[in-house]
Design a protein around this ligand. Structure first.
Ligand SMILES: Cc1cc2nc3c(=O)[nH]c(=O)nc-3n(C[C@H](O)[C@H](O)[C@H](O)COP(=O)(O)OP(=O)(O)OC[C@H]3O[C@@H](n4cnc5c(N)ncnc54)[C@H](O)[C@@H]3O)c2cc1C
Ligand code: SF4
Length: 447
């Protein structure tokens, strides 16, 4: 039932995900065993409840299915495109023991499309009579938290530093995996619940947090994500070496500003975002695109289907390799020199554990470099750090209900889990909303 990715769509900057037809939707939903305990629903970190919406589709209640998805997951439209279902809901599908799992994200896309086309009623507006809550960051975690609080009739304001809502799905996930309309629809639904979104408003430090409390906000949820990309010192000061956050954003919104036509591009990294960057470079007309990683092919953190896609796009893997030297013409990189590497201690994929293999030197002509080796929280969290408990690269520490060490301040999403998925961020936002509600009700009792 699932169609293979179509590389031709990528070069036209179109979503690779096919919509299910009505016939295939009926056929697919009819394969559902209607398990009493619906393990697929347990497999969804945001509580979207596929067990319920597949049942509704199976009994031709398409609008009901759209309502279920939207009520349970404010990012229901985005998730239907980007969830790594093979590790989540579809992994838990009971029919997998006999045949392919149900195409859950396909059914989710169908239901969302149906709900849009037949204009299901807007989500219920918050009565806003349960206290004021501030959410910092309007990505999946902030949206998940805000929607849940609005359902509980809180008066929620999201402070977002960008001029548009949506976080990484809005700015960085490439169009060939996520059409721009999907995030627009989810934001529209959030607004229909009466959530205020204050764009172009950055909340930067402890004083700003104190000011929010002084302005009458009773609890704060921090969902600022991971906005600073790690960089490699070797590429400092070269004008044609960028990080993947900037690169993917430019490809998505300012494509005309980068000319990669027939250019050679090196993407440094071996994870999903490195593949997104390499495929995006190809889509922009690049000639040779190299994916250079310390990890060997069988160790790459990217998923198998992503690696397959990169192969179909003729991306050259230089796995198990390290770049040691830049060849440059003043501030412009013109080539890279490297060697193959082996691990000193097997299974430890840290750069400090890589050892050059003598006699394996190589050199490649390169016109553009994209660094895709991970991200950390932005400087604002580091500034909060004085009083906010963090660990490792600045990840915020929280309790089971996502409360930080500061009373009334909660946090969730990438800034807490160090980078996971959209659906995980939504789930954490929802759980934090519950934590905020419990906190405020207990505080009321104590007062
Ligand atoms: C290239 C790429 C591809 C990905 N692909 C997938 C995928 O296919 N499937 C999947 O499930 N996940 C994917 N992910 C991961 C997923 O996007 C993240 O896990 C998810 O977006 C995290 O949500 P969040 O709300 O925690 O953070 P973010 O999405 O980062 O949102 C944080 C928001 O906070 C705002 N903000 C930051 N600082 C401030 C401040 N001081 N004041 C006000 N606002 C602020 C930011 O502007 C942003 O809008 C991908 C990530 C990347 C980078
Ligand atoms: S939101 Fe994602 S994980 Fe949850 S049911 Fe839908 S596709 Fe599966």
């Amino acid at each position: 039932m699932r169609k293979a990715f179509d590389p031709d769509k990528i070069t036209q900057f179109q979503s690779m995900r096919e919509s299910l037809t009505l016939q295939s939707t009926i056929k697919e939903s009819n394969r559902c065993l209607l398990c009493f305990d619906a393990p697929c629903s347990d497999g969804c970190p945001a509580g979207t409840d596929p067990g319920k919406f597949i049942r509704q589709i199976k009994f031709y209640n398409y609008k009901g299915a759209a309502r279920t998805i939207r009520n349970n997951n404010i990012l229901g439209s985005v998730c239907a495109f980007v969830c790594p279902v093979e590790k989540l809901c579809e992994k838990a599908c009971s029919i997998k023991a006999l045949e392919d799992p149900i195409n859950i994200s396909g059914l989710q896309r169908f239901a969302i499309e149906y709900g849009k086309r037949f204009q299901i009623e807007p989500l219920r507006k918050s009565k806003k009579d349960q206290g004021k809550i501030a959410v910092i960051g309007c990505g999946p975690a902030g949206m998940g938290c805000a929607s849940e609080l609005a359902k509980m009739d809180y008066d929620v304001t999201i402070f977002e530093r960008e001029d548009k809502a949506g976080g990484v799905p809005k700015w960085n996930i490439p169009e060939f995996r996520l059409p721009v309309e999907a995030i627009a629809y989810d934001v529209e639904n959030l607004l229909s619940m009466g959530v205020n979104i204050r764009l172009n408003t950055s909340v930067e430090n402890n004083e700003a947090i104190s000011m929010l409390f002084a302005e009458g906000y009773e609890a704060i949820f921090i969902s600022t994500g991971l906005s600073v990309a790690f960089k490699i010192d070797l590429f400092d000061n070269y004008i044609n070496a960028v990080d993947y956050i900037a690169f993917l954003r430019t490809v998505k919104f300012d494509r005309e500003k980068i000319d990669l036509k027939n250019k050679n591009v090196a993407v440094i990294g071996g994870g999903s975002v490195a593949i997104d960057s390499a495929v995006s470079a190809k889509a922009c007309g690049a000639g040779k695109v190299y994916l250079i990683s310390l990890e060997h092919l069988d160790e790459l953190p990217a998923d198998r289907d992503e690696i397959e896609l990169a192969r179909k796009m003729n991306i050259t893997f230089k796995a198990g390799c390290q770049i040691n030297e830049v060849v440059a013409n003043e501030k412009t990189i013109t080539g890279l020199k490297g060697t193959e590497v082996e691990w000193i201690e097997p299974g430890n994929f840290s750069p400090t554990n890589a050892r050059k293999i003598e006699g394996t030197s190589f050199g490649i002509n390169i016109d553009f470099v994209v660094q895709a080796i991970g991200t950390k929280p932005g400087y604002e969290i580091v500034r909060f750090k004085k009083s906010l408990k963090t660990k490792g690269k600045g990840i915020v520490e929280v309790s089971d209900f996502f409360e930080t060490n500061i009373e009334g301040v909660f946090a969730g999403g990438d800034v807490v889990n160090a980078g996971s998925t959209v659906v995980q961020a939504v789930g954490e936002g929802k759980k934090a909303a519950l934590g905020i509600d419990i906190y405020l009700k207990n505080r009321g009792k104590k007062a």
